[in-house]
Each structure stands twice: as structure tokens, then as C-alpha cells.
Design a binder for this molecule. Structure first.
Ligand code: TMP
Length: 217
């Protein structure tokens, strides 16, 4: 139950294909929020809770039916919302989340080819709280062309089930992300992540300062 005396926190998700450089940018945003004295938590999907982290280990390593994969993503999300995200937002803290439902649309939808109607039903089940659909207030999509993400993935030491997928899989994931961003421009900001880190961070600084100013006004 939301405490009416404390303004609800803001929910920011960070998305992108594997190899988009999302982790580096996420750490930068974490430091930016701290420097702005905005109380926040940093968390991730799949994962974020003790059970969610166990599901993550299975999802990244165990072969499974593609529908099992989608269902486990939402099971991890349910746990995460109830145990971490909703309580933090109710305390007035901001939530910086490494991936959320858009990743399911991109990976299990675009990548694996499952129909989006399945996720819409699961989303209503998992994210609808008393008529209110919990969605990020802001989603930063770090976008890179396939040759850039593939080159970055190739440098990783150990690849998980998703990183091992063919380049065509990652291209479908990227296209599905871009399609989702186009469908929800009020919430998405697409960041060209093929540029040097400092340039991206300058853009993030302007983007986040402006957004925070607007959202807190
Ligand atoms: P990460 O390596 O960026 O933390 O993400 C773990 C992997 O999980 C990544 O390859 C994308 C995948 N994933 C999905 O396929 N569907 C989802 O809903 C989520 C949250 C992640």
C-alpha cells in the first residue's frame, strides 16, 4: 500500500541488446543519481531477489522450452516487483533496473518469435496492481548496430545462452526493441551507444537532468 505522505519514487529501466555497453552506462547513472542526492536502488532482471537470482542462473544456463523461458522471466518479475520494486517506489526511492518487460518483448518475442499477445496477458497478471499497470517511467534504450554488439560479445570470456545465439537472433532483438520504442515514445529514449563513452555520458547527463527536472516539477 502506497504511503500517501511520501511521493512515489520513479522507475527507470535500462535496455539494449547484449554487447550494447549497458552495464557501463548503468554504473554511470547510479553515480549520477547519487551525485544528485536522489535516494535509489539498483537492481536487475532476471534476478534482483534471492529466488530471482536462482531463476536467472537457470535462465542463462539451462536449456529449456522457449515458453518455459518466457514464463520464468515473468515469474522472476513477479517476485522482483513484490519484494523489491514496489516497496522501494512506495518508500519514495527511485528504482534503476537493468532490464524489465521490454526485454521479454525483444528477446522472447523478437528473438524467439513468441507472439506478443502472450506477454500482454502475462504483463496484465504480473504488473497490474489494482488497475494500475506498473511500467517504467523512463526506459533508456542503448542501441548499437549488430556489428558493434557482436564484436563486443566476441570479447567476453564465457557466453551465456543468449549471447551464444546467432547474429540474426540479436538483430531481431534489436529491431523488436526499436519497434517498442517507436510505439511508446513518451517513455523511451533511444541512445546511440556506438559512440565513445564520454559522448554518451554527456548526452545522458543532459537527458537525465532534463527528465528529472520535468518529472519532479
Ligand atoms: P544481462 O546479461 O543484460 O543482465 O541479461 C541477461 C540476459 O537475459 C540477456 O541476454 C537478456 C535476457 N533476458 C531475456 O531474454 N528476457 C527478459 O525478459 C530479460 C529481463 C532478460
Amino acid at each position: 500500500m502506497h504511503n500517501q505522505l511520501v511521493p512515489r519514487g520513479r522507475f527507470i529501466s535500462v535496455e539494449g541488446v547484449d554487447g550494447a555497453g549497458k552495464s557501463t552506462q548503468l554504473s554511470w547513472i547510479d553515480r549520477w543519481l547519487t551525485s544528485e542526492k536522489i535516494a535509489h536502488i539498483v537492481t536487475r532482471e532476471p534476478g534482483g531477489t534471492p529466488l530471482g537470482e536462482k531463476l536467472r542462473a537457470l535462465l542463462l544456463n539451462e536449456p529449456m522450452h522457449l515458453e518455459t523461458e518466457a514464463l520464468l522471466m515473468f515469474a522472476s518479475r513477479r517476485e522482483h516487483l513484490a519484494g523489491i520494486i514496489e516497496p522501494a517506489l512506495a518508500r519514495g526511492e527511485w528504482v534503476l533496473c537493468d532490464r524489465f518487460s521490454d526485454a521479454t518483448y525483444a528477446y522472447q518475442g523478437g528473438g524467439r518469435g513468441l507472439p506478443k499477445e502472450k506477454f500482454e496477458a502475462l504483463e496484465r497478471w504480473v504488473q497490474d496492481r489494482g488497475g494500475e499497470m506498473i511500467q517504467p517511467d523512463l526506459t533508456l534504450l542503448f542501441d548499437v548496430p549488430p556489428e558493434v554488439s557482436q564484436a563486443r560479445i566476441a570479447k567476453s570470456r564465457e557466453l551465456d545462452r543468449f549471447e551464444r545465439e546467432a547474429a540474426s537472433f540479436h538483430e531481431r532483438v534489436r529491431n523488436a526493441y526499436l519497434e517498442r520504442a517507436r510505439a511508446a515514445p513518451h517513455r523511451f529514449r533511444i541512445v546511440n551507444a556506438a559512440r565513445p563513452i564520454e559522448v554518451i555520458q554527456q548526452e545522458l547527463h543532459v537527458l537525465l537532468s532534463g527528465w528529472a527536472h520535468e518529472t519532479l516539477a
